[in-house]
Design a protein around this ligand. Structure first.
Ligand code: AMP
Ligand code: ZN
Length: 116
């Protein structure tokens, strides 16, 4: 198995976990860009959002419930946060295993930087 997030989900590679259940693991990003930078990852391998079969879309709702729980547990539900999932080349997706970045703990930049 060569997928790094499959290996983290399976426990073969260490991570700083903040949440885990039978379907999902959430851990701190290795190169954080905000005081909280958490990756929420399904244990089942999907390359990105467009690779989730229609009949398995409940995983997306589950991930959102997990994000909500983490935000409350860590307290940034009050101050706000951003959720990002990259998909494919133009997004700069590096790890080809579906994951949601959760960024919090500071005022995040607006979208003007994207308009270049
Ligand atoms: P993306 O560009 O959306 O594919 O983001 C991949 C993210 O995974 C980057 O923010 C990396 O810093 C992060 N990352 C890569 N390897 C690890 C790892 N072993 N543990 C935690 N985060 C990682
Ligand atoms: Zn994987």
């Amino acid at each position: 198995m060569s997928c790094i997030f499959c290996m983290i989900a399976g426990g073969q590679i260490e991570s700083k976990k903040v949440y885990e259940d039978e379907k999902v693991v959430a851990f701190n990003d290795l190169n954080p860009v905000a005081p909280y930078h958490i990756l929420v990852v399904p244990k089942k391998h999907y390359e990105s959002v467009i690779d989730i079969p229609e009949n398995e879309m409940e995983i997306v709702a589950h991930i959102h419930n997990v994000i909500k729980k983490i935000s409350k547990d860590l307290g940034f539900d009050k101050t706000g946060f951003r959720v990002i999932t990259n998909c494919g080349e133009d997004s700069g997706q590096e790890v080809k295993h579906l994951h949601y970045h959760v960024l919090a703990g500071k005022k995040l930049p607006n979208y003007e930087a994207l308009d270049k």
